[in-house]
Ligand binder design. Structure first.
Ligand code: NAD
Ligand SMILES: O=C(O)C(=O)C[C@@H](O)[C@H](O)[C@H](O)COP(=O)(O)O
Ligand code: ZN
Length: 356
C-alpha cells in the first residue's frame, strides 16, 4: 500500500501504511512511558486493531473516557491530567490520542498543558478527524457549550492515519466528516467539490483523505495561528458552531459537528450570495448537495437570539462585529466579512424555509 506523507509545521502526517513510520518513530524516540487516550467506542473498536498492528508497543497505560462531544470539557480534561499524574507521566512520556476529533482535540489540549507540555501523536479514527481535526495544531475543549473556547495551538509530533478504522464507523459519522471535505472543496478547489458530488460517499479513500489534508495543511502553513487566511477553514462555522452549541444545550440527540457545519454552510452560502457575489446557481447547487445528505433540522425561531449570543463569542470576531468567511464562488473564499444580526436572522429564516 502506498504511503502518502505530508509535511506540516515541523511534523509529518502519514496516510496509508502508517504503521511502519509509527514503529520507527517509537523506536527512535524511546519514550519512558506511553499512554493511550481512547473513548469508550475507540477503546473497543480501534484499540485492539491498533495494538495488533504495532507489536513493538508492549507497555502502555490506557486512559478511557466517555464518548461524545458533551464530554469535551474541563471536567474530563482534569480526569486525563489526574490519570497522567497518578500513573507517573513525565516530560519523557508520550500520549497517543486514539479517536475522533473529540479525543484528538481534548487529548492534545491535555498534553499541551500537562507539565507545560508533553509529546503527543494523533491517531485519528473518524473520517472527520482524519481529514481535519488531527491536523493543524488546534487543541481545545468546550465551555458552557461554547465550542473550543479554551485551547492552545500546539502541534503533535506526528499524525498517523489508517483508513481501516473507518470500517466500524457509523454512516452518520462518516457523513459528518464528509461535510468538512465538502468545505475544503468549497473554499479552495471547485474540481474537488464536484468530484465529491459525483463520487459521493462511495469512495472515500487514502487519496481523497490526502487531498483534503493537503488543502488544509497549505492554509495552516501560511497562517498557523489564524491571523488571516486560516479563517478560510472556518467557512460554515460562524453559524454552524452556534447551531452545534444550541443543539448540544437543548437536544437529546444533538447534531454532530459536521451536520451543524452543513447547516452553517447553507446559511453562509446564502449570505455569500447576497454579500460577496456567489452566483444563484452555485447557491442552489450547494443547498441541494448538502440537503441530500444532512438532516432536515429546523431551527426554532425562538432560538435565534440564543444563536446570536453564541456567535458573539466566536473567536474570529473583532471590534464587536460577528466575523464570517464567505464565498465569492465555488472554490473561492473571502475572509473578514461582517454581517448584521438582521442579515443572519434572514439567513436562518431562509434556511428554515427549505423544509416547508
Ligand atoms: N482541531 C481541529 O482542527 C478540528 C477540526 C474539525 C473538528 N474538530 C472537532 O472534532 C470534534 C468532532 O470530531 P468527530 O466527528 O471525530 O467526533 P468524535 O470524536 O466524537 O467521534 C464521533 C463518534 O464516533 C466514535 N468513533 C470514533 N472512531 C470510531 C471508529 N473507528 N469506529 C466506530 N466508532 C468510532 C466516537 O466514539 C464517537 O462516538 C468536534 O469537537 C469538533 O469541534 C476539531
Ligand atoms: O483548523 C481550522 O482552522 C478550522 O477552522 C477547522 C474547523 O473545521 C474546526 O472545526 C476547528 O476546530 C474550528 O476551530 P475554531 O477555532 O473555530 O474553534
Ligand atoms: Zn469543523
Amino acid at each position: 500500500m502506498q504511503t502518502f506523507i505530508i509535511n506540516s509545521e515541523g511534523y509529518n502526517v502519514y496516510v496509508g501504511n502508517s504503521y511502519g513510520p509509527l514503529q520507527t518513530f517509537l523506536e527512535e524516540k524511546k519514550y519512558a512511558k506511553t499512554f493511550i487516550l481512547a473513548d469508550t467506542n475507540t477503546s473497543e473498536k480501534c484499540l485492539p486493531k491498533f495494538t495488533e498492528k504495532l507489536p513493538l508497543l508492549k507497555e502502555y497505560d490506557i486512559i478511557e473516557i466517555d464518548a461524545g462531544e458533551a464530554h469535551k470539557n474541563i471536567d474530563y480534561c482534569i480526569g486525563i491530567w489526574k490519570m497522567l499524574l497518578d500513573f507517573g507521566a513525565g516530560r519523557d512520556s508520550l500520549l497517543i490520542n486514539l479517536g475522533g476529533g473529540m479525543v484528538t482535540d481534548m487529548g492534545s489540549f491535555a498534553a499541551s498543558t500537562y507539565k507545560r507540555g508533553i509529546d503527543f501523536i494523533q491517531v485519528p479514527t473518524t473520517l472527520l478527524s482524519q481529514v481535519d481535526a488531527s491536523v493543524g495544531g488546534k487543541t481545545g475543549i468546550d465551555m458552557d457549550h461554547v465550542k473550543n473556547i479554551i485551547g492552545t495551538f500546539t502541534n503533535p509530533e506526528a499524525v498517523f492515519i489508517d483508513t481501516d478504522f473507518l470500517y466500524t464507523l457509523p454512516r452518520r459519522e462518516l457523513l459528518s466528516g464528509f461535510a468538512e471535505m465538502i468545505k475544503h472543496g468549497l473554499i479552495c478547489d471547485s474540481g474537488y467539490y464536484f468530484d465529491l458530488q459525483s463520487n459521493a460517499m462511495g469512495s472515500v479513500d487514502n487519496a481523497m483523505i490526502f487531498h483534503s489534508v493537503n488543502i488544509k495543511n497549505k492554509i495552516v502553513l501560511e497562517d498557523p495561528k489564524e491571523r488571516n487566511i486560516r479563517k478560510a477553514l472556518n467557512f460554515g462555522h460562524t453559524i454552524g458552531h452556534a447551531v452545534e452549541s444550541y443543539s448540544l444545550a437543548h437536544d437529546k440527540d444533538p447534531l454532530l459537528h459536521g451536520e451543524a457545519i452543513a447547516i452553517g454552510m447553507i446559511c453562509e452560502a446564502w449570505l455569500s450570495h447576497t454579500k460577496t457575489g456567489l452566483e444563484e446557481s452555485a447557491l442552489t447547487d450547494i443547498k441541494n448537495f448538502l440537503l441530500a445528505y444532512y438532516p432536515n433540522y429546523r431551527i426554532p425561531e425562538g432560538a435565534f437570539a440564543e444563536l446570536a449570543e453564541f456567535m458573539k463569542k466566536d473567536k474570529k470576531n473583532e471590534k464587536g462585529t460577528i466575523n464570517f468567511t464567505l464565498l465569492e464562488g465555488i472554490g473561492k473564499f473571502v475572509i473578514n466579512q461582517t454581517c448584521t444580526e438582521e442579515e443572519i436572522r434572514q439567513a436562518l429564516v431562509l434556511y428554515n424555509g427549505l423544509f416547508k
